[in-house]
Design a protein. Structure first.
Length: 102
């Protein structure tokens, strides 16, 4: 059975990062945009853990835990903002949210 190398993790991370970036740039639904940002953060975590394993250091894994905590906080705050916007504007379409315009 072939061994899973760092190159495999980099390929997976690149695929996730690309899907997340395309989702952020092309979608208009704020929930999908937040999910795409989570994909990007998970791609970064995969890279951190893979290189931490390759370099035999725990620093990358510890940093990945902090990114996971930050992603959870971002999701909680983002969902709170989405709920508030939906109550005020009755939409979650990013193009129709113009609270910052005069």
């Amino acid at each position: 059975m072939p061994e899973v190398t760092t190159a495999h993790y980099i390929f997976l991370s690149t695929a996730l990062f690309t899907i997340g970036t395309i989702g952020v740039l092309t979608r208009r639904n704020v929930v999908i945009i937040l999910m795409s940002i989570e994909l990007i953060l998970n791609a970064v975590n995969i890279n951190l853990v893979a290189f931490s394993k390759q370099l035999l250091s725990i620093n990358g894994q510890a940093f990945a835990v902090f990114i996971i905590v930050d992603a959870a906080a971002e999701a909680a705050v983002g969902l709170g903002i989405i709920i508030a916007l939906f109550r005020n504007k009755e939409t979650i379409n990013a193009d129709e949210i113009d609270l910052m315009k005069w």
